[in-house]
Each structure stands twice: as structure tokens, then as C-alpha cells.
Write a protein that binds this ligand. Structure first.
Ligand SMILES: Nc1nc2c(ncn2[C@@H]2O[C@H](COP(=O)(O)OP(=O)(O)OP(=O)(O)O)[C@@H](O)[C@H]2O)c(=O)[nH]1
Length: 572
């Protein structure tokens, strides 16, 4: 045993024990005193002095011997108990049991009991320590990793980024950050539940990891977003890795409930150089680059450092986001109304139905079409706000004309609703409040929904549609025929009508396939008791073909262009 391992005697315990033994030593003294009193009484009866003194000396000697014996016995016991105490402390401290001499019977039994207790205690303490160590490791892991995928988390990425930013600044190293966002991930969640979504995220992690070298850090930074930090690489290499990641995800199939789904991922790439201002900037640029990849059609890579890309982004996402917010705050949004008319001129009559079309006015007075800003609004979750703005503005326009004409229902009007609004639980309440505030009869109102808007939230959309239809509001499926599953949607959505996608309508006069498609849509619509409206009626020839097919209503420049409310109603 090493010197340091030797049990160290505890002086205070020893002196306590010695004190007790000394207490035992008082017993012979008491006995001595008692005998002395007895001797004095006995001496009174002794026949001579010598006899008396012999008796006294013998008595004193035997008492001294008794006292010495008691001291010796006490010392021996103290030594043994001390040795056992040291052994116990040693075992409890995690050491091996040192060899101990056997004690006399009652003490030996006690010694064995005490040593067993010490061993049990040491084992228990060992187990507790193990659990404590595991808990510490888990806490450490969780603060640095994402529990779902086991990948490093945002905090770890940011810490590493801070240090690569320093190396870029001080040594001129170049690095890259890839920002990945799964495309249409919420559809999996919405259609199959969060467990399926979680499984997809868990499944995608090894697919990405397999494309990376050991020193290339893959992290999950939130929701369906991942990031990869590539250190000491060229911008070109970073773009190659991004493309590889995109391709790997694309060729993977996510399986759930016996079905396989193809998954896409949009990747933004940003270089980290000595000019990179800091952590916030690099994260924001990477997010913006990823968003731009989405904007460009998803399942693609957008590299921030490519020529012209930053210019592109300024004019798209971030710039648009600011413009949308400004437009909402400063009233730069406006509505135009396009009449929906009988295609047959004999039945046309005046304007009885219009569609409200959203426009944003720019500083030069031009009106900007929604296709420029709606994707950004969707991305930044602004569609609910925009839809509500449209509803309120359209209702207030309606109210003005109702007053002007002294007619409680001067026209029917259609408003486009986004998928975000269709899944918004409080939209129904908002609508009822506005219907009553502006005295709009629900029967005058149509909502147009696109299949892509509704697809993500079929259950919620259907519940909202049913609730509003019960109040008298009507629903149309917009751009009908543009998606592969249009007919399937008819089975799921309780709608009143369909608007035939303008792409087919445009081709109806020139292309037989388009003609046949529009004709079959019309037949299905009629057999299901749905009203049909054709979009993009741009020429007389198109109008004639549509009449031939039997489509009653249409909308398009040939019939009437979009106009401000006042021009359409107030002037007439
Ligand atoms: N299952 C699951 N879902 C999550 C988790 N964290 C966030 N989400 C969901 O992930 C979705 C993220 O959606 P977005 O990235 O905004 O949109 P998207 O559907 O992927 O569409 P795009 O990104 O525009 O292609 C939201 O529906 C969140 O509710 C999670 O840990 N598990």
C-alpha cells in the first residue's frame, strides 16, 4: 500500500476513547478507597503493627496491579477499535480492506458487522457517483446537441462560427456556411402528424452526414433547418458540397406508413472571409441565401457569393419584406376589382360580380403584381395579415357602394384566401366581426382558394370552409386543373364552384388538348352541380370557344380589365 493510501488515525476519536478508558480506570480507584476504609476498620483489630503494615502494603500492591492491568486492557481495546475505524474509513473511501487481526469474540462480531456496512456503503456510493457522472454527461450533451437527431445544435455552431470568424479575420482563412431548409416540411407534419415529421428529420440527418468529411460540422439549428460549417475551403468547394447534399436528399425516399415520399431541400451558401462582419451577419446571409433558393423554386442551391447574387437578394426577399411591412403600415397596398361576367354578350348586363385583386403601389406610381411579393409574405408568415387587410378593405369598399346606391347588396365579390389563413383558427371570428361591422351579407361573398394553398391543411381548411358555407359564404377552387390533383380536391373540399386555370383557357382556341381539357372540366363541374368560371378570357375567339363548351361565366381582359372600385361602381 502506498504511504498516501495508509489510513490516517484520527486524534480526536482516540482521545475520546482514551477518556472513556480512563473513566474505567476510576473504578479501581473507587475500589481502592472502599478497601482503604475497610482496611482501617480491619487494622483496628490487628494484633501487632507489623501484621498491620504487611496487610496494608499487600493491599496497596494488589490495587496498583489491578489498576495497571485495567490501563493495559484499555490500551489494547483502543488500539483494536482504532485499527477497525481506519479500515472502515479506507473502505468507504474506495480502498481495499486491509488485513486486520482477529478480535476477541464479541468485538470480532461487531467488527465484521461494521466492515460489511462499510462495504455496502462504499458500493452504494460508487453507484450514486456513476449515476451522477451519467447525468452530468447527459446535461453536457443536451446543451450542445439536438436531442432529436443527435447532431450538434445551434449553440455549438455559433461557438464554432465565432472562432472561424476570428481565423478569417486574423489569418485571412476562408470558410463557408451552408444553410439547409427542408422543402414543404409542414405538409408531412400536417398530413401525418409530428411523429412523422420527427422521423423525417431523424432520417435526413445521416443522409446529409454521409456526404460530409469528418471535420465538416453538420448541425440542426431549429425546426427543419440544418447547417454545415466548412472550414478552410473555397467558395467553389462549398457550392459543390451544397449540391451534393441537395442531390443526396433528393435521391432519398422518406417512408412512412407504408408509403414513400420524395424530399427536397433548399440550400443557401455563404462564404466567410475577413470581410464578414460577424456572427449575426453570416447567419442572416445564409438564411437569406436559403430563402432565395426557395424563392427560385426550391430543391436548389443558392450561393450568396455568386456574381450578382447579393444584388438579386436585395431586390427580392429582404427588400420585399421591408416593402410589404411598409405597405401594410403606410397604406401602399390597394385593391383593383375585375368583373366576372357572363361570357355570352346577350346575357352580360351590368357588373354583378367582381374579384378583388391585391396590388402594391411603388414609389413611381406603378402597381406591383402579387407574384412579386406573395412568396416573401408566405415565407415570413405575413399572409394572414395581408388577407385580413384585403377582407377589411374589400368590405369597406362594398359598404361605400351599398350606401351610394342605397342597395344592401350591390354586387357579389370574390376574395383570394391563402393557405395560412385557411388554417388560422381565429379567422372565422374575425370574418363574422367584419361582416357585421360593414353590414356585408355573407351571400355576397366568395372566397377563392388554390389547391396548393389548401393542400397543406386539408382537415382544417375543410372545417373552416364548412363553417363559413353554413353562414352563406361561397367557395371556389381557383386555378382548377393546374395541379395534378385538382380532381382529387373536389372530393375533399365542399366548394360551390371552380375557376378553370387560365393556362388552359388561353389555349382553348389554338390547342385541341386544352380545348378537350376545358371541356372535360366543364362536364365534371356540371355533373357535380358546380358553377364554372373561366379565367384569362383575353380574346373574342377564346370567348366563343368557351361559349361553345358551355361555360357560362368568365373573367379576363376581353370581358373587362381590373379597375379601381370607384371607376367600376361609383362613376356609374
Ligand atoms: N415534426 C416536427 N416539426 C417541427 C419541429 N420543429 C418545427 N417543426 C415544424 O416545421 C415546420 C417548418 O415549416 P417551414 O420551414 O416554415 O415551411 P415548410 O413547410 O418547410 O415550407 P418551405 O420551407 O417554405 O419549403 C413548421 O410546420 C413547424 O411546426 C420538430 O421538431 N418536429
Amino acid at each position: 500500500m502506498a504511504a498516501a493510501d495508509k489510513p490516517v488515525p484520527r486524534p480526536e476519536a482516540r482521545s475520546r476513547l482514551a477518556g472513556r478508558m480512563f473513566g474505567l480506570g476510576l473504578i479501581p480507584i473507587a475500589v481502592f478507597c472502599a478497601v482503604f476504609v475497610f482496611a482501617r476498620a480491619a487494622l483496628g483489630n490487628a494484633t501487632n503493627n507489623a501484621q498491620a503494615w504487611t496487610f496494608v502494603i499487600a493491599l496497596v500492591a494488589s490495587i496498583c496491579a489491578m489498576f495497571a492491568l485495567a490501563r493495559l486492557a484499555a490500551r489494547a481495546v483502543v488500539g483494536e477499535v482504532d485499527a477497525v475505524g481506519q479500515a472502515v474509513r479506507h473502505v468507504v473511501g474506495g480502498g481495499e480492506l486491509p488485513p486486520l487481526p482477529e478480535l476477541t469474540p464479541p468485538l470480532e462480531g461487531m467488527k465484521q458487522d461494521v466492515l460489511k456496512l462499510a462495504k455496502d456503503f462504499a458500493q452504494q456510493q460508487g453507484r450514486l457517483q456513476e449515476r451522477l457522472d451519467t447525468a452530468r454527461q447527459q446535461i453536457f450533451f443536451l446543451t450542445n446537441h439536438d436531442p432529436l437527431t443527435g447532431l450538434a445544435n445551434r449553440k455549438t455552431l455559433e461557438e464554432r462560427l465565432e472562432s472561424v470568424l476570428v481565423s478569417a479575420r486574423e489569418q485571412g482563412a476562408t470558410h463557408a456556411l451552408l444553410y439547409l431548409d427542408v422543402d414543404f416540411f409542414h405538409r408531412i407534419n400536417d398530413s401525418f402528424g409530428h411523429l412523422a415529421g420527427d422521423e423525417l428529420l431523424r432520417g435526413i440527418a445521416p443522409i446529409l452526414k454521409a456526404q460530409l468529411r469528418d471535420n465538416e460540422m453538420l448541425t440542426r439549428i431549429g425546426g427543419d433547418e440544418f447547417a454545415v460549417l466548412l472550414e478552410n475551403v473555397s467558395a467553389q468547394y462549398a457550392t459543390e458540397v451544397a449540391t451534393r447534399l441537395r442531390d443526396a436528399v433528393q435521391s432519398w425516399q422518406f417512408e412512412w406508413d407504408g408509403k414513400a415520399f420524395q424530399v427536397g431541400v433548399s440550400v443557401g451558401v455563404v462564404a466567410i472571409t475577413r470581410l464578414t462582419p460577424g456572427l449575426a451577419a453570416v447567419m442572416s446571409e445564409a438564411d437569406t441565401a436559403c430563402f432565395t433558393a426557395k424563392e427560385q423554386g426550391r430543391n436548389r442551391v443558392f450561393a450568396f457569393h455568386d456574381a450578382g447574387s447579393s444584388q438579386y437578394m436585395r431586390h427580392t426577399s429582404r427588400g420585399w419584406l421591408k416593402r410589404i411591412n411598409d405597405a401594410l403600415a403606410e397604406g401602399a397596398f390597394t385593391l383593383l376589382y375585375q368583373p366576372i361576367l357572363h361570357i355570352d354578350p346577350a346575357q352580360r348586363g351590368g357588373v354583378r360580380r367582381v374579384e378583388a385583386l391585391l396590388r402594391m403601389s411603388d414609389t413611381g406610381g406603378e402597381l406591383i403584381l402579387p407574384m412579386s411579393f406573395i412568396p416573401v409574405a408566405e415565407r415570413y408568415d405575413l399572409m394572414r395579415t395581408i388577407d385580413r387587410w384585403v377582407v377589411e378593405r374589400a368590405f369597406s369598399d362594398f359598404r361605400r357602394v351599398a350606401k351610394l346606391r342605397d342597395d344592401p347588396s350591390p354586387a357579389e365579390f370574390a376574395i383570394n384566401l391563402s393557405g395560412h389563413t385557411l388554417s388560422s383558427p381565429d379567422f372565422s371570428e374575425f370574418l363574422q366581426e367584419k361582416l357585421s361591422q360593414y353590414a356585408v351579407p355573407p351571400q355576397a361573398l366568395f372566397f377563392e382558394i388554390t389547391e396548393t394553398a389548401a393542400i397543406a391543411n386539408v382537415e382544417r381548411a375543410r372545417a373552416l370552409i364548412e363553417q363559413l358555407r353554413a353562414m352563406g359564404v361561397r367557395f371556389y377552387l381557383d386555378d382548377f386543373g393546374s395541379g395534378l390533383s385538382s380532381f382529387n380536391y373536389l372530393k375533399h373540399f365542399p366548394v360551390d364552384g371552380i375557376k378553370i386555370d387560365g393556362l388552359f383557357v388561353k389555349g382553348v382556341a389554338k390547342n385541341y388538348l386544352d380545348y378537350a381539357l376545358v371541356e372535360s372540366i366543364q362536364k365534371i363541374g356540371t355533373s357535380l352541380g358546380l358553377q364554372t368560371v373561366a379565367e384569362y378570357v383575353e380574346t373574342e375567339e377564346i370567348a366563343r370557344k368557351l361559349m361553345q363548351i358551355g361555360i357560362p361565366m368568365g373573367q379576363g381582359f376581353y370581358l373587362a380589365p381590373p379597375r379601381p372600385w370607384e371607376a367600376l361602381f361609383e362613376a356609374t
